[in-house]
Write a protein that binds this ligand. Structure first.
Ligand code: ZN
Length: 275
């Protein structure tokens, strides 16, 4: 239970980064009270996963405080936004599709924990890019219209109900070619400050992986019953199931999603086969 709660709580690192991105691009506003509630104590709440594993009262207290504050932040924002970003898109996808390993269904927090690692691995690649040099006209020229994207979204999900829902959610945030040009201009303007903010918000993916492992959370797709190929495919699919704007959208709209995700799965990439 404690490890699962820890996985969900550490996910706020990513949820915060996703909210920063949506805020900087003018897609959503950052509600200061909610931000304070969910982010201010995060480093302290998550600082000692080994003590949590040893069930030390102080560590359990900090975990419960963090989870309560995340709940309060959602009330303050009247939205799950402060506590749920791309890391939860991965877990929602796996929950909808009933990911399991044998008869073992991983807990919500364990799924969020792996989603946190997946999102952090991509975030680390994305934040190193210089997005001020993007060429709006080129991105617009390569942008695919909804009529091309829809069948692809529909084909990505074997459950027809999930597919129908993903089509609706994806359609709601799909930009027209003219809109994508405007979005690229907004990204170029926002990037210098947003990049600095993300550097301070994010933590190295390896550090997050070690923290989750110390708490007793699974940290590989295989432990959840997923292959590496399935995880690779799920970066695009996680983006498709909700309108919520996250770093997955930023990567997709800048034309970088496929390249960056592929780089994570090469033999020397973060998700490259072990050994
Ligand atoms: Zn959750």
């Amino acid at each position: 239970m404690a490890a699962s709660g820890y996985g969900d709580l550490l996910g706020k690192v990513i949820a915060g980064a996703d909210w920063m991105i949506a805020g900087a691009l003018g897609i959503e506003t950052i509600e200061p009270t909610a931000w304070e509630h969910s982010q201010h104590g995060l480093r302290d709440w998550t600082a000692d996963p080994l003590a949590l594993r040893r069930r030390e009262p102080r560590a359990l207290y900090l975990l419960i405080e963090g989870l309560l504050m995340a709940g309060l932040s959602m009330q303050a924002a009247r939205s799950s936004r402060p506590a749920s970003g791309s890391e939860h898109l991965f877990s929602h996808l796996w929950e909808m599709e009933g990911v399991h390993r044998g008869s073992d269904v991983p807990s919500h927090g364990f799924q969020v924990g792996l989603g946190t690692i997946a999102a952090a691995a991509l975030a680390e690649k994305l934040v190193m890019r210089d997005l001020t040099t993007l060429h709006g006209a080129s991105v617009q020229a390569a942008w695919r219209g909804w009529e091309q994207v829809e069948p692809e979204v529909r084909r990505s999900f074997s459950d027809p109900r999930v597919a129908a829902s993903a089509v609706e959610e994806s359609k709601a945030k799909h930009l027209t070619p003219a809109q994508v040009r405007g979005r690229i201009a907004a990204i170029r303007r926002a990037w210098p400050e947003l990049q600095r903010s993300l550097w301070s918000q994010l933590r190295p993916v390896e550090e997050l992986r070690v923290m989750l492992a110390a708490a007793g959370c699974p940290t590989t797709p295989e432990e959840l019953g997923l292959t590496r190929a399935e995880l690779q495919r799920d970066y695009a699919r996680a983006r498709q199931i909700r309108t919520r704007y996250t770093l997955l959208d930023l990567a997709a709209e800048t034309g970088l999603l496929d390249t960056l995700v592929s780089s994570l799965f090469t033999s020397d990439g973060f998700w490259g086969l072990p050994g």
